[in-house]
Design a protein around this ligand. Structure first.
Ligand SMILES: Nc1ncnc2c1ncn2[C@@H]1O[C@H](COP(=O)(O)OP(=O)(O)OP(=O)(O)O)[C@@H](O)[C@H]1O
Ligand SMILES: [Mg+2]
Length: 245
């Protein structure tokens, strides 16, 4: 299918720990298309980060099929995998993962060092990305001189520096207050409108609802949308509110 960017079929991943087998992902299938903004919601330990690591080619599944641009990830060598990670995918994490001794600008420039750009080109690209997230004026600030939301926006600029088609965000608002969360979500929406595919991992229903497609992960199994489930949750929340009154 021309529209399909990633196709995941019957993916499985388990961990062996102290003689016990943990089935982190059980038979997970998902097709990711151009224009998608997908949220994956699930409780702690449900397999969200494990799944993100698979989508991001940071880890390999035990079995199952993973195609990106119709190419089989299982057959790629380390160089090909690194090329996918650097060229197709931008990563955003809960704790920003910025280097505290580097300025915002230097943090955004860092992934560009391996791209054979001149220093001037790197700088221009980094400034452009900081401008996209509304932080051009703060380019010389250290992460400690920025608010949490601003730090996350620098991390998003860094993720954008490599012109990735796909942005993978693991709890990007997990460390932010609700107002700042909204700003970061708004930025992700805008990036989606500009053509980036967004995969947003969260345990927060309000955050998950901002996406166009909502997936639920539970005990390593993935369910699309689950309109019933969302409805049930809403009723429960309303019920809880009524109860509190
Ligand atoms: N390296 C590992 N070794 C052993 N078990 C692991 C490892 N990584 C994850 N697990 C287990 O796999 C399951 C899924 O973990 P995962 O990190 O994907 O959950 P999560 O949904 O991201 O949770 P959280 O919301 O707390 O981040 C959990 O039971 C976890 O304990
Ligand atoms: Mg996690």
């Amino acid at each position: 299918m021309a529209n399909s960017v990633i196709e995941i079929k019957n993916l499985k991943k388990s961990y062996e720990l102290g003689g016990e087998t943990i089935h982190a992902l059980q038979d997970v299938s998902l097709q990711i298309n151009m224009g998608d903004f997908i949220s994956i919601i699930g409780p702690s330990g449900s397999g969200k980060s494990t799944f993100m690591n698979m989508i991001g080619c940071l880890d390999k599944p035990d079995s199952g099929k993973y195609l990106i641009d119709e190419k089989n990830v299982a057959k790629m060598n380390d160089n090909e995998l690194a090329a996918i990670r650097n060229g197709k995918i931008g990563f955003i994490f809960q704790n920003f993962n910025l280097l505290n001794k580097l300025t915002a600008l230097e943090n955004v420039e860092l992934p560009l060092i391996y791209r054979g750009l001149t220093g001037k080109e790197r700088r221009e690209k980094a400034i452009h990305c900081l401008q996209l997230v509304g932080l051009k004026e703060r380019q010389h600030h250290l992460p400690t001189q920025l608010s949490g939301g601003q730090q996350q926006r620098v991390a998003i600029a860094r993720a954008l520096a490599g012109d990735p088609l796909i942005l993978l965000a693991d709890e990007p608002t997990g460390a932010l207050d609700s107002k700042t969360s909204k700003e970061v979500l708004q930025l992700l929406k805008e990036l989606n409108e500009k053509g980036h595919i967004i995969v947003l991992i969260t345990h927060d229903l309000e955050v998950a609802k901002q996406a166009k497609r909502i997936m639920r992960i539970h005990d390593g199994q993935l369910f699309e949308n689950g309109g019933d489930w969302l409805e049930t949750t809403r009723i429960h929340q309303d019920g809880a509110k009524k109860y509190q009154k």
